[in-house]
Design a protein around this ligand. Structure first.
Ligand code: DAH
Length: 366
């Protein structure tokens, strides 16, 4: 028996009686206590598992220290204690493995992944595509003149794209608009121009008709700086009684002034399109050199921006519109061409390469 003197915080002394244990028994009790402690250890973080490892399995940890106690054990009990300590060691290692496994299954707490002091990730905001900017501007100008927006399919049939527009099969003008056909369905194609939307509108609407038709068109062209297998057009169609060539000219002149400014000059050149008679191409004075002559205008001072004309009576008749009573004008312009002039873009391929360095230059333009 051993009597130990202890004192409490207030200085009163009291006596506690404890049972004297030999070193081996103490060791046994101690290991038992450790086992309970190990079994109760909880920790769901990698830090806790590491703390456990250092405490029990580290070089100065409890398992190692307990092994060191073996020297106090008399020889005849060494085997028994050796076994006991080994079991204890395995028990601790097992617990450590369990802790590690639980940690790897648990999602790492956000607090460890997120450094709240870092600056936030910038959110990239896209910009409008230059072709859409220009298309919207064109459409807005014509809407102010009372034109409504009409759209049609990009996969079109031969009739709407060619036949109805006075381009019958074997018409030589079809050569200029070779496109992509479907072998199994030879009468279907990717539309070559937005004039096909004229056909779709006349099919469903009665005059007065006044529409603007923006859209993508396709041609079988080798891609280069000046040609592409797809591009964009805006078509216009106005049909009513007493519509004249003067209306066509004034409408397009108004458009040019709104789009490019009051100083830009306009000229009409006679041309040929199967769906209009008479037909004309419209040029504007070169915006790049102001008419003095440069590479863009091929040193003529003028650049062509659209085709136009009075709707051919055959086209009206194709849709049961009385060509003796009604007349109309139509026009079609390339959006790429207008954009090229407005923003001095010299290579058509830039529009579809999706290079952010090109596209971001149009930031701020609506
Ligand atoms: N469709 C023609 C083309 O793609 C452009 C065009 C010319 C449209 C004259 C028209 C027009 O409406 O009247 O080349």
């Amino acid at each position: 028996m051993q009597i130990a003197q202890i004192s409490d915080d207030l200085g009163y002394e009291s006596y506690q009686i404890s049972v004297y244990l030999c070193p081996m028994e103490q060791l046994l009790q101690q290991i038992d206590a450790y086992k309970k402690e190990v079994a109760a250890f909880e920790g769901a973080t990698p830090d806790a598992a590491e703390e456990f490892r250092i405490k029990y399995l580290g070089t100065k940890g409890i398992v190692k220290n307990s092994m060191g106690e073996m020297r106090k054990v008399p020889n005849d009990r060494k085997k028994e204690f050796g076994q006991l300590l080994n079991d204890f060691k395995l028990f601790v290692e097992d617990k450590y493995e369990t802790l590690k496994r639980t940690n790897s299954q648990l999602p790492t707490p956000n607090s460890q992944l997120i450094d709240l002091s870092l600056p936030g990730d910038a959110v990239a905001v896209g910009t409008r595509h230059p072709l859409n900017i220009v298309r919207n501007q064109v459409v807005a100008i014509f809407r102010r003149l009372g034109f409504a927006v009409a759209e049609g399919p990009e996969i079109e049939d031969d009739w709407h794209n060619f036949g109805a527009m006075n381009l019958p099969e074997d018409h030589p003008a079809r050569d200029m608009q070779d496109t992509f056909y479907i072998n199994q369905l030879p009468s279907w194609l990717l539309r070559t121009h937005t004039s096909s939307v004229q056909a779709r509108v006349m099919e469903t609407q009665k005059p007065p008709i006044r529409v603007i038709c923006p859209g993508r068109v396709y041609r079988n062209e080798t891609i280069s700086a000046r040609a592409h297998c797809f591009f964009h057009q805006v078509e216009g169609l106005s049909i009513d009684e007493n519509v004249s060539f003067a209306d066509l000219k004034q409408t397009l002149y108004f458009f040019v002034q709104e789009m490019f400014g009051k100083d830009v000059k306009v000229r009409f050149r006679p041309s040929y399109f199967p769906f209009t008679e008479p037909s004309a191409e419209m040029d504007i004075s070169c915006l790049i050199c102001g008419g003095d002559g440069c590479n863009i205008c091929k040193h003529t001072g003028w650049v062509e921006i659209l085709g136009s004309g009075m709707v051919h009576p055959n086209v009206l008749d194709n849709f049961g519109i009385d060509s003796n009573k009604y007349t109309g004008f139509a026009f079609g312009m390339g959006v790429e061409r207008i954009t090229q002039l407005k923003y001095q873009v010299n290579d058509l391929r830039l529009y579809s390469q999706n290079d952010v360095r090109f596209l971001k230059q149009f930031t701020g333009v609506v």
